[in-house]
Design a protein around this ligand. Structure first.
Ligand SMILES: *[C@@H]1O[C@H](CO)[C@@H](O)[C@H](O)[C@H]1NC(C)=O
Length: 278
């Protein structure tokens, strides 16, 4: 189904994405399976390989969401990722969700990062308040001219405001693709690399479904990205609403375990965006 809403004479499109039409395998097709009549994608990690897939197209601004069910039980040393990336080496823009596995019964950690104009090193970590392997949950990246917001279900866990006016880089000149990968990173992922992957439990499985990408396709209508009529640029999306702001404060208060803004050993002087408020 394609929804074309005509705004100011331009077509603003949005539709649920399907794996076959909108994505391609980027790494190890043998480790990616379509199940449930192609509605769900199973990613497999074993001692031979991890795997990955990416959107066939790139997008400029918009909202991307997926439902993901992470590796159950002992997932220490594994990383499942969902991110947007401009795929440009030197001046990369990237918006990351990385799910760091843990020993059974310990909370999964979600690490987020933001690269703007080639500069990253903006990690934050949140321990999830539910078991993300018991059920599918929705993970969303909203990206417009005002801010980037990362959501876990309806809860904002990270906001990166456009503070360009104050000299802080903001991703807004390069389109980004949508990527997902499952791989082994037991040299750093769990408790700083102390907890190793237990290969006796392999293969490990993560599941993805209900892909939803709404944004300006690139290449495509060149005027789309700057069209103020795009719904994701609307006044309701310029800042968190009161309910979202409350939820965001709750996450920061109760579930945030690491914030680069507060890491004095890395940044004796907090980076400028940290001083401009969240
Ligand atoms: C794993 O669990 C430990 C203990 O609860 C916690 O400190 C840590 O943040 C969790 N996440 C990772 C990725 O190590």
């Amino acid at each position: 189904m394609v929804l074309c809403v005509v705004v100011f004479g331009m077509c603003v499109w949005g539709r649920p994405a399907t794996f076959v039409q909108d994505f391609r395998v980027t790494w190890s097709a043998s480790h990616i399976r379509q199940i449930d009549q192609g509605t769900t994608i199973q990613l497999i990690l074993d001692q031979n390989s991890g795997c990955g897939f990416a959107s066939a197209k790139k997008y400029m601004f918009g909202r991307v969401s997926m439902k993901i069910k992470l590796i159950p039980g002992d997932s220490a040393g594994t990383v499942t990722a969902f991110y947007m990336n401009s795929d440009t080496d030197s001046i990369r823009d990237e918006l990351d969700f990385e799910f760091l596995g843990n020993r059974s019964g310990q909370p999964y950690t979600v690490q987020t990062n933001i690269y703007a104009r080639g500069k990253g090193d903006r990690e934050q970590r949140v321990n999830l308040w539910f078991d993300p392997a018991a059920d599918f949950h929705t993970y969303t990246i909203l990206w417009n001219h005002h801010h980037v917001v990362y959501y876990v279900d309806e809860v904002p866990i990270r906001v990166y405001k456009n503070n360009e006016g104050k000299g802080v880089a903001y991703p807004k000149t390069q389109a980004m693709g949508v990527y997902s990968t499952l791989w082994e990173a037991d040299d750093w992922a769990t408790r700083g690399g102390l907890e190793k992957i237990d290969w006796r439990r392999a293969p490990f499985y993560a599941y993805y479904k209900d892909f939803d990408i709404e944004g300006c396709e690139v290449p495509g209508d060149g005027a789309c990205a700057s069209n103020p009529g795009n719904w994701w640029e609307g006044s309701a999306y310029e800042a968190l609403n009161a309910v979202e702001a409350r939820r965001y404060a709750w996450v920061r208060m109760n579930h945030m375990i690491y914030d680069y803004c507060k890491d004095k050993s890395r940044y004796p002087l907090a980076p400028p965006e940290c001083l401009l408020g969240v």
